[in-house]
Design a binder for this molecule. Structure first.
Ligand code: 6PG
Length: 242
């Protein structure tokens, strides 16, 4: 695994550089006539990235070669303000020409257990397989202040080692049900990009990136692609203790 930490003065600069790199990798893949499969994160951090992709790369990227998935979704309808799909559609997917069948939404409105099974099957059908697990071209992740990633929360290390592709999780504060891809699927990706900004995350980042003992309580610490690239895209605030 190749780990890289990239630090930017501002979130806007981070988003611009990340968008440029994603566009480059998609087009490189398309030139080889390969499908690029990407699992997106939710939350607020990637909103700038999605806006940048939608506004500046709608014409210069071969989006027809991309299949879009989500690393996790809240168990709410797509038009709910909490929906990761809804946020991505408004900022990004509605601005690019991508075939509807290439957008693989987690149906947050359906029964969580059944949807976790259905989505696992959909991921299997549309991604490459490596070592018996789906292998995304890229997984975009955020990190919570508690060190969670996707919807793998502290105290649920079973989701890091599960042999399932997707599992049902529960937000520890709100009790909201989530559907998440599991840690082994994330670590099977060709590349994993963590996007982390803001001072509130600097303490957890310090422990994770400086491999301190406390890091072991944070699920994000265990994201290490088996033979892929891991790139941490940080702004200066989040990287304040590094
Ligand atoms: C979600 C995300 C989650 C998110 C972190 C960080 O559905 O909320 O997938 O893992 O990335 O909670 O969220 P912020 O970017 O809002 O800080």
């Amino acid at each position: 695994m190749q780990k890289t930490v990239r630090i930017f003065a501002l979130p806007e600069e981070l988003a611009a550089e990340c968008a440029k790199e994603i566009a480059r990798l998609i087009n490189r893949s398309a030139e080889k006539k390969k499908i690029f499969t990407i699992a997106l994160s939710g939350g607020s951090t990637p909103e700038l990235l999605f806006t940048k992709l939608g506004e500046e790369y709608s014409k210069s990227v071969q989006w027809e070669s991309v299949h879009v998935f989500w690393g996790d979704e809240r168990c709410v309808p797509p038009d709910d303000s909490e929906s990761n799909f809804g946020m991505t559609l408004s900022r990004f997917l509605s601005k690019i020409e991508i075939p509807a069948e290439n957008i693989h939404r987690i149906k947050g409105e359906d029964d969580p257990e059944g949807e976790a099974l259905r989505y696992s099957d959909e991921i299997s059908r549309f991604t490459e397989e490596k070592d018996g697990l789906p292998a995304f071209s890229m997984v975009i992740l955020g990190m919570g202040e508690d060190g969670h990633t996707a919807s793998i929360f502290p105290g649920h290390s079973e989701l890091l080692i599960s042999d399932k592709i997707c599992e049902v999780a529960v937000h520890p504060v709100s009790g909201q049900k989530r559907i998440t891809i599991t840690g082994r699927v994330i670590n099977n990706a060709d590349s994993v990009y963590f996007l982390v900004t803001g001072k509130k995350k600097q303490d957890v980042l310090d422990k994770i990136l400086n491999d301190k003992p406390a890091a072991k309580s944070y699920p994000a610490y265990f994201i290490e692609p088996v033979d892929g690239d891991l790139i941490w895209y940080l702004d200066r605030d989040a990287a304040g203790l590094l």
